[in-house]
Design a protein around this ligand. Structure first.
Ligand SMILES: [Zn+2]
Length: 281
Protein backbone atom coordinates (compact mmCIF):
# COMPACT_ATOMS: atom_id res chain seq x y z
CA UNK A 1 0.00 0.00 0.00
CA UNK A 2 1.08 3.51 -0.75
CA UNK A 3 -0.33 6.59 0.93
CA UNK A 4 -1.75 8.98 -1.63
CA UNK A 5 -2.07 12.73 -1.83
CA UNK A 6 -5.85 12.33 -1.52
CA UNK A 7 -5.45 10.55 1.82
CA UNK A 8 -3.14 13.28 3.09
CA UNK A 9 -5.55 16.04 2.09
CA UNK A 10 -8.52 14.21 3.61
CA UNK A 11 -6.64 13.91 6.91
CA UNK A 12 -5.69 17.58 6.89
CA UNK A 13 -9.38 18.41 6.49
CA UNK A 14 -10.39 15.92 9.18
CA UNK A 15 -8.07 17.75 11.57
CA UNK A 16 -9.53 21.15 10.55
CA UNK A 17 -6.16 22.55 9.50
CA UNK A 18 -7.14 24.24 6.23
CA UNK A 19 -6.11 27.90 5.92
CA UNK A 20 -4.23 27.82 9.22
CA UNK A 21 -0.56 28.19 10.11
CA UNK A 22 0.73 24.77 11.17
CA UNK A 23 3.98 23.95 12.95
CA UNK A 24 4.92 20.44 11.79
CA UNK A 25 7.08 17.75 13.40
CA UNK A 26 7.15 14.54 11.41
CA UNK A 27 8.56 11.04 11.24
CA UNK A 28 8.00 9.72 7.73
CA UNK A 29 9.01 6.30 9.00
CA UNK A 30 5.95 6.32 11.27
CA UNK A 31 3.68 5.84 8.24
CA UNK A 32 4.88 2.24 8.01
CA UNK A 33 4.34 2.31 4.25
CA UNK A 34 5.61 4.58 1.55
CA UNK A 35 4.11 7.99 0.99
CA UNK A 36 3.68 8.72 -2.68
CA UNK A 37 5.99 11.70 -3.18
CA UNK A 38 7.59 11.49 0.26
CA UNK A 39 8.00 14.54 2.48
CA UNK A 40 7.25 16.85 -0.44
CA UNK A 41 3.82 15.26 -0.80
CA UNK A 42 3.05 16.08 2.84
CA UNK A 43 4.18 19.67 2.28
CA UNK A 44 2.19 19.95 -0.95
CA UNK A 45 -0.95 18.56 0.68
CA UNK A 46 -0.80 21.18 3.43
CA UNK A 47 -0.10 23.98 0.96
CA UNK A 48 -2.97 22.84 -1.27
CA UNK A 49 -5.33 23.48 1.67
CA UNK A 50 -4.03 27.01 2.21
CA UNK A 51 -1.83 26.18 5.18
CA UNK A 52 1.39 27.94 6.08
CA UNK A 53 3.98 25.41 7.28
CA UNK A 54 6.48 26.29 10.00
CA UNK A 55 9.32 23.93 10.96
CA UNK A 56 12.43 24.07 13.11
CA UNK A 57 15.41 24.24 10.74
CA UNK A 58 18.18 24.34 13.30
CA UNK A 59 21.79 24.64 12.20
CA UNK A 60 23.45 23.99 15.58
CA UNK A 61 26.14 22.93 16.29
CA UNK A 62 27.09 24.60 13.00
CA UNK A 63 27.81 28.34 13.59
CA UNK A 64 28.21 27.87 17.36
CA UNK A 65 31.34 29.43 18.87
CA UNK A 66 33.20 29.19 22.17
CA UNK A 67 31.74 31.60 24.75
CA UNK A 68 33.99 34.51 25.70
CA UNK A 69 34.84 34.54 29.41
CA UNK A 70 32.61 37.62 29.91
CA UNK A 71 29.54 35.90 28.44
CA UNK A 72 29.12 32.89 30.67
CA UNK A 73 25.96 33.09 32.73
CA UNK A 74 25.56 30.72 35.64
CA UNK A 75 22.78 28.11 35.74
CA UNK A 76 22.88 27.92 31.95
CA UNK A 77 22.59 24.17 31.43
CA UNK A 78 26.20 23.84 30.42
CA UNK A 79 29.41 22.70 32.08
CA UNK A 80 31.92 25.39 31.13
CA UNK A 81 34.81 23.13 32.13
CA UNK A 82 33.77 20.66 29.41
CA UNK A 83 33.52 23.18 26.56
CA UNK A 84 36.21 21.84 24.20
CA UNK A 85 34.16 18.72 23.54
CA UNK A 86 30.84 20.51 23.39
CA UNK A 87 30.88 23.65 21.30
CA UNK A 88 34.47 24.57 20.55
CA UNK A 89 34.15 23.34 17.01
CA UNK A 90 34.41 26.60 15.04
CA UNK A 91 37.41 28.82 14.61
CA UNK A 92 37.62 32.62 14.51
CA UNK A 93 37.52 32.72 10.74
CA UNK A 94 34.50 30.53 10.10
CA UNK A 95 31.43 31.70 8.21
CA UNK A 96 28.42 33.39 9.77
CA UNK A 97 24.83 32.23 9.47
CA UNK A 98 22.69 33.93 6.86
CA UNK A 99 18.99 33.32 6.16
CA UNK A 100 19.86 31.91 2.73
CA UNK A 101 22.74 29.65 3.82
CA UNK A 102 20.72 26.41 3.38
CA UNK A 103 22.65 24.72 6.20
CA UNK A 104 20.50 22.45 8.39
CA UNK A 105 21.41 19.82 10.96
CA UNK A 106 20.58 16.46 9.39
CA UNK A 107 18.99 15.38 12.67
CA UNK A 108 16.10 17.78 12.02
CA UNK A 109 14.74 15.18 9.60
CA UNK A 110 13.75 14.98 5.98
CA UNK A 111 10.63 17.18 6.07
CA UNK A 112 12.42 20.37 7.27
CA UNK A 113 15.24 19.64 4.81
CA UNK A 114 12.77 19.37 1.93
CA UNK A 115 10.96 22.53 3.04
CA UNK A 116 14.28 24.39 3.18
CA UNK A 117 15.03 23.31 -0.39
CA UNK A 118 11.95 25.11 -1.75
CA UNK A 119 12.48 28.25 -3.76
CA UNK A 120 9.95 30.32 -1.79
CA UNK A 121 11.13 29.32 1.70
CA UNK A 122 11.50 32.05 4.32
CA UNK A 123 13.87 31.62 7.22
CA UNK A 124 14.27 33.37 10.55
CA UNK A 125 17.29 35.29 11.76
CA UNK A 126 18.76 32.98 14.38
CA UNK A 127 22.24 31.56 13.82
CA UNK A 128 21.64 28.31 15.74
CA UNK A 129 17.89 27.64 16.05
CA UNK A 130 16.21 29.18 13.01
CA UNK A 131 12.67 28.40 11.93
CA UNK A 132 11.71 28.09 8.28
CA UNK A 133 8.32 28.48 6.64
CA UNK A 134 6.48 28.24 3.35
CA UNK A 135 2.98 29.38 2.49
CA UNK A 136 0.91 32.55 2.64
CA UNK A 137 2.02 33.68 6.13
CA UNK A 138 5.63 32.46 5.90
CA UNK A 139 7.27 35.88 5.85
CA UNK A 140 5.15 37.14 8.74
CA UNK A 141 5.96 34.13 10.91
CA UNK A 142 9.72 34.08 10.46
CA UNK A 143 10.00 37.87 10.75
CA UNK A 144 9.17 37.43 14.43
CA UNK A 145 12.44 35.58 15.06
CA UNK A 146 15.64 37.24 16.29
CA UNK A 147 18.67 35.85 18.14
CA UNK A 148 17.12 37.12 21.39
CA UNK A 149 13.56 36.04 20.54
CA UNK A 150 14.05 32.50 19.34
CA UNK A 151 10.38 31.48 19.65
CA UNK A 152 8.83 34.64 18.18
CA UNK A 153 7.43 32.65 15.22
CA UNK A 154 5.70 30.24 17.61
CA UNK A 155 4.08 33.13 19.48
CA UNK A 156 2.90 34.67 16.21
CA UNK A 157 1.50 31.33 15.04
CA UNK A 158 -0.32 30.79 18.34
CA UNK A 159 -1.81 34.28 18.32
CA UNK A 160 -3.23 33.63 14.83
CA UNK A 161 -5.08 30.41 15.77
CA UNK A 162 -2.28 28.23 14.44
CA UNK A 163 -1.85 24.55 15.17
CA UNK A 164 0.97 22.20 16.08
CA UNK A 165 0.88 18.96 14.11
CA UNK A 166 2.75 15.88 15.32
CA UNK A 167 3.02 13.26 12.57
CA UNK A 168 3.98 10.01 14.27
CA UNK A 169 6.14 11.71 16.89
CA UNK A 170 5.64 12.42 20.58
CA UNK A 171 5.59 15.54 22.71
CA UNK A 172 9.38 15.48 23.16
CA UNK A 173 9.46 16.84 19.61
CA UNK A 174 7.08 19.75 20.29
CA UNK A 175 9.57 22.61 20.12
CA UNK A 176 6.80 25.12 20.87
CA UNK A 177 6.74 23.92 24.48
CA UNK A 178 10.00 25.79 25.06
CA UNK A 179 7.96 28.97 24.62
CA UNK A 180 5.65 27.69 27.37
CA UNK A 181 8.71 27.21 29.57
CA UNK A 182 9.60 30.84 28.99
CA UNK A 183 6.02 31.96 29.70
CA UNK A 184 6.09 29.91 32.91
CA UNK A 185 8.88 32.13 34.18
CA UNK A 186 12.04 30.34 33.10
CA UNK A 187 14.82 32.14 31.28
CA UNK A 188 15.99 30.24 28.23
CA UNK A 189 19.56 28.94 28.14
CA UNK A 190 21.92 30.97 25.98
CA UNK A 191 24.53 29.77 23.53
CA UNK A 192 27.01 31.71 21.41
CA UNK A 193 27.34 32.50 17.75
CA UNK A 194 28.80 35.14 15.48
CA UNK A 195 26.55 37.97 14.30
CA UNK A 196 26.69 39.11 10.68
CA UNK A 197 29.20 41.81 11.67
CA UNK A 198 31.52 39.20 13.21
CA UNK A 199 30.83 39.95 16.88
CA UNK A 200 30.15 37.02 19.18
CA UNK A 201 26.64 37.31 20.61
CA UNK A 202 24.56 35.34 23.09
CA UNK A 203 21.45 33.81 21.58
CA UNK A 204 18.41 32.17 23.15
CA UNK A 205 18.02 28.42 22.71
CA UNK A 206 15.82 25.66 24.09
CA UNK A 207 16.75 23.39 27.00
CA UNK A 208 16.11 19.63 27.26
CA UNK A 209 12.78 18.44 25.82
CA UNK A 210 12.97 14.76 26.75
CA UNK A 211 10.55 15.29 29.67
CA UNK A 212 7.81 16.96 27.60
CA UNK A 213 5.82 13.70 27.22
CA UNK A 214 5.08 14.06 30.93
CA UNK A 215 2.74 16.92 29.93
CA UNK A 216 0.54 14.44 28.08
CA UNK A 217 -2.30 14.41 30.69
CA UNK A 218 -2.72 18.18 30.30
CA UNK A 219 -2.21 18.43 26.53
CA UNK A 220 -3.63 15.24 25.02
CA UNK A 221 -7.29 16.23 25.70
CA UNK A 222 -6.76 19.31 23.51
CA UNK A 223 -5.61 17.38 20.44
CA UNK A 224 -7.56 16.09 17.46
CA UNK A 225 -6.15 12.83 16.17
CA UNK A 226 -6.33 10.83 12.96
CA UNK A 227 -4.53 7.89 11.41
CA UNK A 228 -2.70 7.76 8.11
CA UNK A 229 -1.33 4.29 7.46
CA UNK A 230 0.53 3.40 10.65
CA UNK A 231 1.05 7.03 11.59
CA UNK A 232 -0.93 8.82 14.26
CA UNK A 233 -1.40 12.50 13.47
CA UNK A 234 -2.20 14.78 16.39
CA UNK A 235 -3.19 18.40 15.82
CA UNK A 236 -2.92 20.67 18.85
CA UNK A 237 -4.39 24.18 18.94
CA UNK A 238 -1.21 26.15 19.68
CA UNK A 239 -2.56 28.86 21.96
CA UNK A 240 -4.62 26.58 24.19
CA UNK A 241 -1.86 23.98 24.29
CA UNK A 242 0.78 26.48 25.36
CA UNK A 243 -1.58 27.89 28.00
CA UNK A 244 -2.21 24.41 29.41
CA UNK A 245 1.53 23.69 29.48
CA UNK A 246 2.22 27.00 31.24
CA UNK A 247 -0.42 26.16 33.86
CA UNK A 248 1.09 22.72 34.45
CA UNK A 249 4.62 24.11 34.79
CA UNK A 250 3.53 26.99 36.99
CA UNK A 251 1.89 24.52 39.36
CA UNK A 252 5.00 22.29 39.41
CA UNK A 253 8.18 23.35 37.63
CA UNK A 254 9.61 19.84 37.93
CA UNK A 255 6.88 18.42 35.67
CA UNK A 256 9.09 18.75 32.57
CA UNK A 257 12.24 17.24 34.12
CA UNK A 258 13.39 14.30 32.01
CA UNK A 259 14.08 10.81 33.34
CA UNK A 260 17.80 11.54 33.77
CA UNK A 261 18.04 12.81 37.33
CA UNK A 262 21.48 14.25 36.58
CA UNK A 263 20.39 16.18 33.44
CA UNK A 264 22.13 19.55 33.74
CA UNK A 265 19.85 21.22 31.19
CA UNK A 266 16.70 20.19 33.06
CA UNK A 267 18.12 21.00 36.48
CA UNK A 268 19.08 24.55 35.50
CA UNK A 269 15.91 25.18 33.51
CA UNK A 270 13.59 23.95 36.26
CA UNK A 271 15.50 26.22 38.66
CA UNK A 272 14.67 29.23 36.45
CA UNK A 273 17.40 29.32 33.83
CA UNK A 274 20.50 31.47 33.43
CA UNK A 275 21.63 34.24 35.77
CA UNK A 276 23.85 37.12 34.56
CA UNK A 277 26.39 38.31 33.72
CA UNK A 278 25.63 40.25 30.53
CA UNK A 279 22.45 41.22 28.69
CA UNK A 280 21.58 39.33 25.53
CA UNK A 281 22.48 40.82 22.19
ZN1 LIG B 1 16.74 16.66 30.63
Amino acid sequence: MTITAEQLVATIDELALAQRSVMVHASLRSFGESVDGGADAVLDALLSRGCTILVPAFTAPEFAVVPPATMRPARNGIDYTALPDKVATRSETDACYTVDCRVINSRMGVLPARLLARGDVRRGLHPLNSFAAVGPKAAELVAAQTPTNVYGPVRTLADANGAILLLGVELNRMTALHLAEQSAGRRLPVRWARAADGRVIMVETGPCSKGFPRLEPWLRPLARSARVGGSRWSAYPAKETLAAAVAAMTADQTVTHCADRDCLACRDSVAGGPIGPAPLG
